[in-house]
Design a protein around this ligand. Structure first.
Ligand code: PLP
Length: 391
């Protein structure tokens, strides 16, 4: 097979043609500033934004007025956490989150230390799941925010969001969830799940990069993050990225129409992949939850070898994936998520995440499993650790 196989859909997804076609109109034809409602060109942009807002709101069972467009998941997470902290700091300065959040959440909580906030980081079990009893026991009179991600970007574990929402509501604590990876993989219902704030990003659902949204339940007290003009009903200043918002709306519209069918297809492909790896390669460990996991996530640790070396060989075969260590970003630290699930440094270093899309085929999966079998054996043959343990 000499075509490229893209299996890093948790990093980003390929934008859909229908999305680009829709966006192009707002680059080339309807370029008015949505704040210039006095003339038609401005009104057209404004209407397009409102249409996208409705689509996103409907998908998560929110009201249109509860959706605020941002520059993506990172800004939504920053806004949710800093916004709650700065608006509710008089009530308390304690935040609860987990050890496996994205850095957009972890680094924001760390930053808030400077302002006197204290964060409790919940543990996860071997499957990456939090313990609801630990959550309840961590709540203090000064807890103002619980931030637990909907689904993890590395291992795909889906948290018990409805139960967390219930606990937060019982204690009158604001509940934020980072749903950047969950969007497109599960049906989300902010009302049923008692979610107060929810972060989304378009580029994970075949939309454009640099746009996302924060759902803010009506009545939740939150400071503004961006200061300036009166856009987004005075809550998020800055001229709206109309074409990106339109693209986000279109991506969510298409995704929502096809979700059930696609999820069923993804689960079948994912399980073929997982079973293929298990059947063909020894000494592997499936990271994440066996069933409560995103339909597109396949994350294994391959004992005795380095994930980075596997990635290089995969790249030579035209396959894109991601590893469980941050070597590529200049650090040798293994993933904080894998360490939190109890993996030792060596095993965490030997991890590879494949994230499929509905364009992935059975033929591609079988090919990648075959390539992995060869690559892992080749690297293990060169590994002193493997040779000592398998004499
Ligand atoms: N949160 C999670 C769980 C993510 O996976 C990501 C991106 O990988 C983000 C937040 C950041 O989103 P964005 O790339 O839109 O800033």
């Amino acid at each position: 097979m000499n075509k490229k196989i893209y299996l890093d859909n948790a990093a980003t997804t390929k934008i859909r043609k229908e999305v680009v076609d829709e966006m192009m109109k707002y680059f080339m034809e309807y370029y008015g500033n949505p704040s210039s409602g006095i003339y038609e060109l401005g009104r057209t942009s404004k209407e397009a934004i409102e249409k996208a807002r409705k689509t996103v709101a409907t998908f998560i069972n929110a009201d249109d007025r509860e959706i605020f467009f941002t520059s993506g998941g990172t800004e939504s997470d920053n806004w949710a956490i800093k916004g709650v902290a700065f608006a509710n700091g008089d009530k308390g300065k304690h935040i609860i989150t987990t050890k496996i959040e994205h850095h957009a959440v972890l680094h924001t909580c760390e930053y808030l230390k400077k302002f006197g906030f204290e964060t409790t980081y919940l543990n996860v079990d071997e499957y990456g799941m939090i313990d609801l009893e630990e959550l309840k026991n961590s709540i203090r009179p000064d807890t103002i925010l619980i931030s637990v991600m909907y689904a993890n970007n590395e291992v795909g574990t889906i948290q018990p969001i409805e139960e967390i929402g219930k606990i937060a509501k019982e204690h009158k604590i604001i509940f934020h969830t980072d749903a950047v990876q969950a969007l497109g993989g599960v049906r989300i219902d902010v009302k049923k799940e008692n979610i107060d704030l929810l972060s989304m990003s378009a580029h994970k659902v075949h939309g454009p990069k640099g746009v996302g949204a924060l759902y803010i339940r009506k009545g939740v007290k939150l400071d503004n993050f961006m200061h300036g003009g009166a856009q987004e009903r005075n809550k998020r200043a800055g001229t709206e990225s109309v074409q990106n918002i339109v693209g986000f709306g279109k991506a969510v519209e298409l995704m929502s129409l096809e979700l059930d069918e696609k999820v069923a297809k993804l689960i079948s492909l994912r399980d073929r992949f997982i079973n293929g790896i298990k059947a063909n390669i020894d000494d592997v460990h499936l990271n994440g939850h066996p069933s409560k996991r995103l339909p597109n996530n396949v994350n294994f640790s391959y004992k005795y070898i380095e994930g980075e070396s596997i990635l290089l060989w995969l790249d030579i075969s035209g396959i894109s994936a991601s590893s469980g260590s941050a070597c590529t970003s200049g650090s040798l630290d293994p993933s904080h998520v894998l360490l939190a699930t109890g993996l030792d440094h060596g095993t965490a270093h030997g991890s590879i995440r494949f994230t499929i899309s509905d364009e992935t085929t059975e033929e591609e999966i079988d090919y990648v499993v075959g390539q992995m079998k060869e690559i892992v054996q080749k690297l293990r043959n060169m590994s002193p650790l493997y040779n000592t343990n398998n004499k």
